[in-house]
Design a protein around this ligand. Structure first.
Ligand code: PLP
Length: 465
């Protein structure tokens, strides 16, 4: 018998019905979640793999012999065939024209970002990025600084944590005339789950910027169609989309933008010819120039298996699933109040499901309006087998804005003599004594069900007094 609450949910979010195939799939292919009684709500951290993906990959490995690719022996050819097949499949999956785009294998999204950062010609140019960015995008600023590029951040604004469009337009209209210009932003925030407009890509192009669209948090639940939008560099991590394998990502890059990059070194696999006495090397063409050493050729075939798995479910179904469950979670969590009338949570990000993904980031407060430490919330959630994530999620810019940590406070903290060249996270917390330095992220994903959301709501209700 469906519960009354489930009936109410269906009345409010009738399109959830269209995603019932995921409930059947979960019983069959993700049974371990329920048999081990896990409430997994950290999908922005990592996706969960289906048992069928593992079986298919294991079968492939146990029935074949694969050797190191790029030789002409039979086992090498077999591996090359699968690696190149996976590369083609990635482009097809994202609807990217192979004449226009390349897929470069990397260890993860951060590896893809580093490839861009270390090779982009920043001299006399500009690096423009939103406050709301993962540290692996922030880190590119160090390459820009080192090469004399100008670095500019565009803030996001509370409570929704969207970007101030007028500031963005102003900065985009001022590219450097003497160098190259790179604009970086996340298609979906890993902090607030805001989906930043994909229209910015063409806007930036029209002013002469190259665009790095960090799609790591977007593609697990939303379709990225590279025939409709044309960012220059797109970093992704595959484990975030379909859970397995870890250790593999890609940089999907436009060939024209790739031609501007200059790799700072060469390695095995990246050259056609390198000479010791001649002190000379020639980079290979295309993706291999960016793939250092031996590829992870035994795991790369699991990417194609994972992408096919997503296609068999369909992004329409996945997006609708995440949208409806996130809506219910947002409605109910933000409505909870203590007996004193104090709200239980403060939300960092959009209150409705419009232009947002499935991560709900909040801090919890007691009946007097005093924040619970995010680490306490995590330890309480651990006790009931709920996996959520706390901290700043490697997104300090969004964190500083959400938690009201000012530039002046940060300057005081960083310039204190004790903090000259070393700082632990505890030292950092001490600088902001009395303020929260982290939040709690509950992220709904592809195989989340109504019970998972009810479990976290019931956990939250337990904090009311
Ligand atoms: C938006 C975003 N970008 C980049 C990354 C980095 O991904 P990885 O740690 O797999 O390199 C993450 C990881 O959480 C992310 O959420």
């Amino acid at each position: 018998m469906p519960s009354n609450e489930f009936q109410t949910f269906l009345e409010q979010y009738p399109t959830f019905k269209q995603t019932e195939s995921i409930d059947s799939l979960r019983k069959k292919d993700y049974a371990r979640l329920d048999s081990a009684e896990h409430i997994y709500l950290d999908y922005t951290g990592g996706g969960i793999y289906a048992e069928s993906q593992i079986k298919k990959h294991q079968k492939l490995l146990s029935e074949n012999i694969f050797g190191n690719p790029h030789s002409t022996n039979p086992t090498s050819i077999a591996a090359t065939h699968l690696v190149e097949g996976a590369r083609e499949y990635i482009l097809k999956f994202f609807n990217a024209d192979p004449d226009e785009y390349l897929a470069i294998f990397t260890p993860n999204a951060s590896g893809a970002l580093k490839l861009v950062g270390e090779s982009y010609p920043f001299a006399n140019g500009r690096y423009l990025l939103t406050f709301d960015n993962h540290n692996s995008v922030n880190g590119i600023r160090e390459f820009a600084h080192a090469r004399g590029g100008d670095v500019t951040y565009i803030p996001v604004m509370l409570p929704d944590m969207r970007v101030d469009a007028s500031q963005l337009n102003l900065e985009l209209s001022k590219p450097s005339q003497n160098g190259h210009n790179l604009f970086a932003y996340p298609a979906q925030s890993n902090f607030s789950s805001v989906k930043h407009p994909l229209e910015w890509i063409e806007l930036a192009h029209s002013h002469g910027w190259d665009v790095l669209l960090d799609a790591a948090a977007f593609v697990p639940t939303s379709k990225l169609d590279l025939s409709k939008v044309k960012p220059d560099f797109v970093p992704i991590s595959f484990y975030k989309i379909f859970g397995y394998p870890t250790g593999l990502g890609a940089l999907i890059a436009r060939k024209s933008a790739l031609a501007k990059l200059h790799r700072p070194w060469f390695a095995g696999g990246t050259i056609t010819v390198a000479s010791v006495q001649g002190d000379k090397y020639y980079l290979a063409d295309g993706a291999p120039a960016f793939e250092d050493g031996t590829l992870d050729y035994l795991n790369i075939p699991a990417i194609e298996i994972g992408l096919k798995h997503i296609e068999s479910i369909g992004y329409d179904v996945i997006s609708e699933r995440v949208k409806t469950l996130t809506g219910w979670l947002l409605d109910n969590l933000t409505a909870m109040k203590h007996s004193t009338g104090e709200p239980l949570v403060r939300l960092f990000g959009p209150k409705t499901t419009e232009d947002r993904g499935g991560a709900v980031t909040v801090n919890f407060y007691d009946k007097n309006g005093k924040a619970f430490d995010h680490r306490f919330i995590e330890s309480e959630a651990n006790k009931v087998n709920i996996s959520l994530r706390t901290g700043c999620f490697c997104n300090p810019g969004a964190g500083e804005i959400a938690l009201g940590i000012s530039r002046v406070e940060l300057d005081v903290c960083f310039t204190s003599p004790d903090h000259h060249d070393k700082m632990t996270i505890d030292d950092f917390r001490l600088c902001f004594d009395g303020k929260s330095t982290g939040a709690v992220r509950i992220s709904v994903g592809m195989v989340t069900n109504f019970n998972d959301v009810q479990a976290v709501l019931s956990f939250a209700r337990g904090l009311l007094s």
